[in-house]
Ligand binder design. Structure first.
Ligand SMILES: NC(=O)CC[C@H](N)C(=O)O
Length: 327
C-alpha cells in the first residue's frame, strides 16, 4: 500500500474500485425468489455519504432493486427504539451463529433466534412489531426506513408476491417462533410483514444514506431527520459487526473491519462509525448468497482508505484526508 493510494480522495478511490471490479462476472443472480432472477446481472453501483452530508456516487447507483436482508438492521433499530432493549432481547439474541441466513435453528439455551441478522431473528422482530402495532407494523417500518433513506421507499409487489408464493421455509420459521412463544400474532401475517420489508425498493444511493444515518448515530446527514436513538444505533452496529455476514462474520470482521449487511437483491451497506455510510449494488451472488463485487468493493475501500475499525494507523484522519477534494 503506497502513501499516494491512502491519500486518494474517496470519490477517486470509489471510481478506481468500480472500474477494477466492473469486468468481474462470477456468481449468479438469486433465483430462489423467482422474481429476483429478472434483474440484469451486471449492474454495478457504488455510493457513499459522509456524516457531514457529502454524497458520492459511481456507476448504477440509482438503479432500483429490493432491499432484502439489508432491511434487517434497520428493522432491529426500529424495534429497539419502539419497544426497548429488554423486550427485544427477550425475543432475539445477539449471538453470532455459524449457519447460513435461512437457518431454522434456535439458540438451544434460550429457544430464541441467535441474532436479528438471520431470517429467524428478523422474523422475530417482525413478530414483535406486529404484536405491538397490528396492521401498522409494515407502514411503520416503511416510514422509518424511508426516513433513514431520505426518500420514499416503495413496495415492489412483483418481488413481494413472488417471495410470498415460494417462502415456505420462512413461514415454517414463523410458526416455530410462535410455538416457542416469541410472539403471539398469526405467523402468516408476521411473515408477510417480513416479506414486505424485504421487498422495499432501494438504490445504492438510498443504502448509502441509510448507512450514513447509522454512521451519524441515527440522524440523517442529508435531511437532518432524527431517525434512530443513540442506544438503538449502538446495539445495531454491534450486531452488524458480529453477525452481519452469518457464517462468514468472523472472517469479514478481520478482513474488512466494518459493520455491514448484505441482501440477496444485490445490496450491501457498510458503516464507518461516525464518518461514512457505503451502499453497493451488484446482483451476482457468491456461494454464500452475498453480492460478490459488493463485498470486494467494501474490502478494497477499507484497505485503500484504512477504514478497518482496528486499523493500527489512524483511520479517522486518513478518511478525512480522503474526503478532502484534491487531498
Ligand atoms: N439474505 C437475504 O437477503 C434473504 C432475504 C429474503 N427475503 C429471504 O428471506 O430469503
Amino acid at each position: 500500500m503506497t502513501r499516494t493510494k491512502l491519500r486518494m480522495p474517496l470519490h477517486h478511490a470509489m471510481q478506481a474500485v468500480h472500474a477494477r471490479l466492473l469486468p468481474r462476472h462470477e456468481g449468479q443472480v438469486a433465483s430462489y425468489i423467482p422474481a429476483l432472477a429478472a434483474m440484469p446481472p451486471d449492474l454495478f453501483g457504488l455510493a457513499a455519504l459522509s456524516s457531514t452530508g457529502k454524497l458520492m456516487e459511481v456507476g448504477d447507483s440509482r438503479h432500483p432493486f429490493t432491499i432484502q436482508s439489508v432491511s434487517k438492521p434497520f428493522a432491529y433499530a426500529l424495534a429497539l427504539d419502539l419497544l426497548g432493549r429488554r423486550a427485544v432481547r427477550d425475543a432475539v439474541g445477539v449471538q453470532p451463529v455459524g449457519d447460513p441466513f435461512n437457518t431454522i435453528e434456535l439458540d438451544p439455551r434460550t429457544r430464541r433466534p441467535f441474532n436479528p441478522m438471520v431470517n429467524a431473528g428478523a422474523i422475530a422482530v417482525a413478530g414483535l412489531l406486529t404484536d405491538a402495532l397490528g396492521d401498522r407494523a409494515f407502514p411503520t417500518l416503511q416510514a422509518r426506513l424511508s426516513l433513514a433513506a431520505g426518500a420514499t421507499l416503495e413496495l415492489d409487489s412483483a418481488v413481494h408476491d413472488s417471495e410470498a408464493a415460494t417462502g415456505d421455509r420462512n413461514r415454517a420459521i414463523a410458526y416455530l417462533l410462535r410455538a416457542a412463544g416469541v410472539f403471539r400474532a398469526d405467523p402468516v401475517r408476521v411473515v408477510d410483514v417480513y416479506f414486505r420489508q424485504c421487498a422495499l425498493r432501494v438504490t445504492a444511493r438510498d443504502l448509502a444514506v441509510m448507512a450514513g444515518t447509522l454512521a451519524a448515530i441515527g440522524s440523517n446527514p442529508l435531511t437532518g431527520a432524527e431517525v434512530f436513538g443513540v442506544e438503538a444505533v449502538r446495539d445495531t452496529l454491534s450486531v452488524m459487526f458480529t453477525c452481519g455476514f452469518y457464517d462468514g462474520a468472523g472472517d469479514w470482521a478481520c478482513r474488512v473491519g466494518l459493520p455491514a449487511k448484505s441482501g440477496v437483491g444485490g445490496g450491501v451497506v457498510a458503516v464507518v462509525n461516525r464518518q461514512l455510510g457505503l451502499g453497493v449494488f451488484s446482483p451476482r451472488l457468491d456461494a454464500e448468497g452475498n453480492p460478490l463485487r459488493g463485498l470486494l468493493a467494501c474490502e478494497a475501500l477499507s484497505e485503500e482508505l484504512g477504514l478497518h475499525a482496528f486499523d493500527a494507523t489512524n483511520a479517522g484522519s486518513r478518511l478525512l484526508e480522503a474526503l478532502t477534494p484534491g487531498g
